[in-house]
Design a binder for this molecule. Structure first.
Ligand code: FES
Length: 126
């Protein structure tokens, strides 16, 4: 057993294995719930909205952008913003994309091929 501070060792020995399993599962659930609180919304004809209590946005070198404690930011996806990577509203009237969700193929599988209608015959079939 690793040598934890006395009070932590007492805490470990106080719990039964069932209680430890419950505690571990509760902590895992809390962590998953906490991690799932970031939401990205693809806006039609506009930006990518990011909402969450702990947003971290970094540049290509891994340096963090200062977000001033914001819990909601909009990322430019039209390429027209003068304040990239943030949206500055320049997309309005200049960017069209209908944001409708779809399923990506399973990783490692070939993407679905588009179906093309059969070519019309040159001569009428007699
Ligand atoms: S998406 Fe808003 S300026 Fe590009």
């Amino acid at each position: 057993m690793p040598d934890f501070p006395g009070s932590f060792n007492q805490l470990i020995f106080t719990f039964s294995s069932h209680q430890l399993t419950y505690l571990t599962n509760s902590l895992t659930d809390s962590l998953i719930h906490h991690m799932a609180t970031t939401k990205l919304t693809v806006l039609s004809n506009g930006s990518l909205r990011v909402e969450g209590s702990e947003i971290e946005l970094v540049d290509a070198q891994g340096n963090a952008y200062g977000l001033g404690g914001r819990e909601r930011i909009s990322i430019c996806r039209c390429g027209l913003s003068a304040n990239k990577p943030f949206c500055d509203g320049s997309h309005k009237g200049h960017f069209e994309h209908d944001a409708t969700a779809f399923d990506l193929p399973t990783p490692g599988t070939a993407p679905a091929k588009p179906t093309t209608p059969p070519a019309a015959p040159d001569q009428p079939l007699g």
